[in-house]
Design a binder for this molecule. Structure first.
Ligand code: COA
Length: 165
């Protein structure tokens, strides 16, 4: 990260998401993905899925500028979405939220974090590669809207290693 990024670092609070955040999460979904989750899907996942772990990154106004959702089963987790609102991208928010989520998951005993990312999603691919994820597989024509291939990535946490970035 260069000095400009550091200087522009926004004042962020990262916390678990709660039902009151759902309308903003649905807006973030529309802002971030070709196949956005509806408010209803998000609400159902957050409220009824015991595997679901959601975090939001809020600016000084308290409004979530980004969210990250995972599903955790035993010592493995899937990162199911990470979205930063389009006006606040490239300010380090996505990276900080990802670092936070990894630390929390690792503290909860997660050893492996999987995700899938569209083959042409260069910002996300760069973020994940720089964060230590490696490609472990591909699913052709995985995304129904564009027919893009999904790149499956994995990061394994070493429990005796405090570094997470
Ligand atoms: C991918 C996403 C979450 C990144 O969030 P962000 O807050 O903009 O990312 P950061 O500012 O923390 O950037 C971290 C790194 O990601 C990479 N990156 C982010 N945006 C990038 C861009 N537009 N082009 C190239 N690389 C980019 C860079 O390596 C960057 O590090 P650097 O700024 O030191 O060069 C954001 O672009 C987003 O919400 N996209 C739409 C939703 C999405 O595609 N989510 C991923 C689903 S798998």
């Amino acid at each position: 990260m260069n000095a400009d990024h550091q200087a522009a670092k926004p004042d962020l609070t990262i916390r678990p998401a709660n039902p009151g955040d759902l309308p903003v999460l649905a807006e973030l979904e529309k802002d971030g993905s070709g196949l956005p989750w509806s408010l209803q899907s998000l609400a159902q996942d957050l409220a009824t899925n015991p595997a679901a772990r959601y975090w939001v990154a809020c600016g000084p106004d308290g409004r979530p500028a980004a969210y990250l959702a995972c599903h955790v089963v035993l010592d493995e987790a899937d990162l199911v979405n990470l979205v930063v609102c389009s006006e606040q991208r490239r300010r380090g928010i996505g990276r900080r939220l990802l670092v936070h989520a990894q630390a929390q998951l690792k503290a909860d005993g997660v050893h492996k974090l999987f995700l899938d990312v569209r083959e042409h999603n260069e910002p996300a691919l760069r973020l994940y590669r720089e964060s230590g994820f490696r490609e472990v597989g591909r699913r052709a024509a995985y995304y129904g809207d564009t027919g893009e291939t999904a790149i499956i990535m994995l990061k394994e946490f070493r429990q005796n290693d405090d570094s997470i970035g």
